[in-house]
Design a protein around this ligand. Structure first.
Ligand SMILES: [Zn+2]
Length: 268
């Protein structure tokens, strides 16, 4: 089995996790900038985090023959402080030339507030200005449907956005059709308890098909599973799905989307 982990917060994982992913067939891992489990106290904290995910983490992954890529932003959870968010957004362009940066993400909404929306729009403008791919985080639970609609509206309001260069992540049964019908890519996040379980994700693939879909573990500092993608691939096989279909979901689809960055190489 070969697969790409398109969404993982490896700064909070151990080298054992890298080893397990590499031996399960992972060839590349992509790390969106996100909350670190605590609120950072200044823009300098983000500057150091951007250095960590553009410089240090690729070297750590390389020790396990894994390519490591990253996305940059201030996440919606910390974007409520718009003064801090503006300062962090100003830091981003100096990192966009790093050879492993894929684009702007994971941006989006957390509690669907006015401030979050304002910072989301600034990130979208930044992505357009620098011709970057976009990775979107959608809110959890009861905020998800409303937040997804607000995000799609914000993207559509930017006339230069190509939906084929945007992935909207953490979709569930009630948001996947909205995202796919608007021409965006859709990411399904496999979490042990919240978001989508492996079987729910596979059901969604049966309903909506494979086009513009990928799966990720979004593993982080909380209860999550860095092997969620290969374990789900095994479950797909058990349910009788063809090897070619599985390969499309866990390897060819993420590769096709990410190669639009001009940076991403799945394997040598
Ligand atoms: Zn994430």
């Amino acid at each position: 089995m070969r697969y790409i982990e398109p969404h993982a917060h490896m700064v909070s994982r151990t080298t054992d996790d890298y080893m397990a992913m590499a031996t399960a067939g992972c060839v590349a891992v992509c790390e969106p900038a996100f909350w670190a489990g605590f609120d950072r106290s200044s823009a300098q904290g983000f500057y150091d985090y951007f250095r960590q995910i553009t410089d240090f983490e690729p070297k750590r992954a390389a020790k396990f023959c894994l390519r490591h890529y990253t996305w940059l932003c201030i996440n919606p959870k910390e974007a409520e402080d718009t003064g801090l968010a503006d300062t962090v957004i100003d830091l981003i362009p100096q990192f966009l030339d790093c050879p492993t940066v894929l684009g702007i993400g994971e941006i989006g909404l957390n509690k669907n507030t006015k401030n979050e929306l304002q910072i989301l729009e600034k990130h979208i403008d930044l992505a357009v200005k620098y011709d970057q791919l976009i990775l979107i985080h959608t809110p959890h639970l009861e905020d998800k449907l409303k937040g997804t609609k607000l995000i799609i509206d914000a993207l559509k309001n930017q006339s230069h956005i190509d939906p084929g260069r945007v992935i909207i992540d953490h979709v569930e049964e009630h948001t996947a059709p909205l995202v796919l019908n608007a021409g965006f890519w859709a990411g399904m996040t496999l979490y042990p308890e919240s978001k989508a379980t492996p079987n729910r994700a596979i059901d969604m693939l049966e309903i909506y098909g494979a086009e513009r879909m990928w799966m990720n573990s979004a593993c982080d500092w909380g209860v999550s599973d860095p092997l969620a993608v290969p374990k789900t691939a095994l479950e797909m096989k058990r349910r009788g799905m063809a090897d070619d279909f599985i390969d499309q979901i866990i390897y060819r689809n993420p590769a096709a989307f990410l190669e639009q960055s001009g940076r991403f190489i799945a394997s040598t």
